[in-house]
Design a protein around this ligand. Structure first.
Ligand code: MF3
Ligand code: CO
Length: 256
């Protein structure tokens, strides 16, 4: 069942969405050569505490890992797709791209967003990967309209990525969001005809999060049980927003 939110619930999700936006943009501004990804985690913990928000990811149980996640951020560098863990040993270097993904809950309502940032000068291919991934999210956001269907979103991401020669990661997908971080429906970045294709209705909120590899689509998980990387070692980019269906069209809760 897809839970639809009332206008007052959407206002609560808006507050957590804007906080996630502020945190992500402060973290993005910190990204520089020589920075350990751990420093991003420390800064995020402080911002969440100051705002009286609960981190959405820390202690979140993920069945595939068989344990709870231990950080408030995922920091996924280069070939890492998602669930990269902040570490004092992971120092950002010129030419890297780093995805920063975080979520919070405020008054029981969740926000979740991600962006990918360049560290210094990066290759033209990495630039294009980031651009195409972000564009695919923007094109999909524009499909979040009453009367459209879920596959309109999935297919829009897929078409843009594939037509630009990149690959959609299939193992990880977007999701509904509300009083839980992950609600129905799953929002794959490709049309999965095994799934239902519900019509979008006012009050639904979707976390759309394209994960795109420059090379082959296949992912594998490292021995740490969390870090998902591109099997072929190619770069991977990730952008995410929470988007509500309203009578006025798409409402991106995770940006001003
Ligand atoms: N944005 C990702 C998601 O919505 C990150 C989740 S990290 C986790 O699935 F550890 F909390 F699972
Ligand atoms: Co998400």
């Amino acid at each position: 069942m897809i839970v639809r939110k009332t206008p007052s619930e959407l206002e609560k999700m808006r507050r957590s969405g804007l906080l996630v936006h502020e945190i992500l943009h402060s973290l993005a501004a910190m990204v520089t050569e020589g920075l350990p990804t751990w420093d991003l985690e420390v800064a995020a913990v402080k911002m969440m505490e100051d705002a009286g928000a609960k981190p959405a990811f820390k202690n979140y149980f993920v069945a595939a890992a068989g344990e709870r996640y231990r950080f408030v951020l995922c920091t996924s560098v280069n070939d890492e797709i998602v669930h990269g863990m902040p570490s004092t040993k992971r120092i950002l270097r010129k030419g890297d791209i780093v995805s920063i993904d975080t979520g919070v809950s405020l008054n029981g309502y969740f926000g979740d967003s991600a962006l990918t940032v360049a560290v210094g000068e990066i290759s033209d291919q990495a630039k294009r990967l980031m651009r195409v991934t972000e564009e695919s999210l923007e094109l999909a956001i524009d499909k979040v309209r009453e009367g459209n269907r879920l596959f309109d979103i999935c297919g829009t991401v897929e078409d843009h990525v594939v037509s630009n020669g990149f690959s959609i990661v299939r193992e990880y997908v977007g999701h509904g969001i509300g009083t839980q971080l992950h609600e129905e429906p799953q929002v794959p970045n490709y049309v999965d005809r095994r799934n239902e294709n519900p019509r979008l209705r006012e009050g639904m909120v979707l976390a759309i999060e394209p994960m795109v590899n420059a090379g082959r689509p296949e992912a594998k998980v490292l021995k740490d049980k969390w870090t998902a990387v591109a099997k072929d070692g190619s770069y991977s980019a990730h952008f995410e927003h929470c988007v509500a269906v309203t009578s006025n069209g798409p409402w991106v809760l995770t940006r001003p």
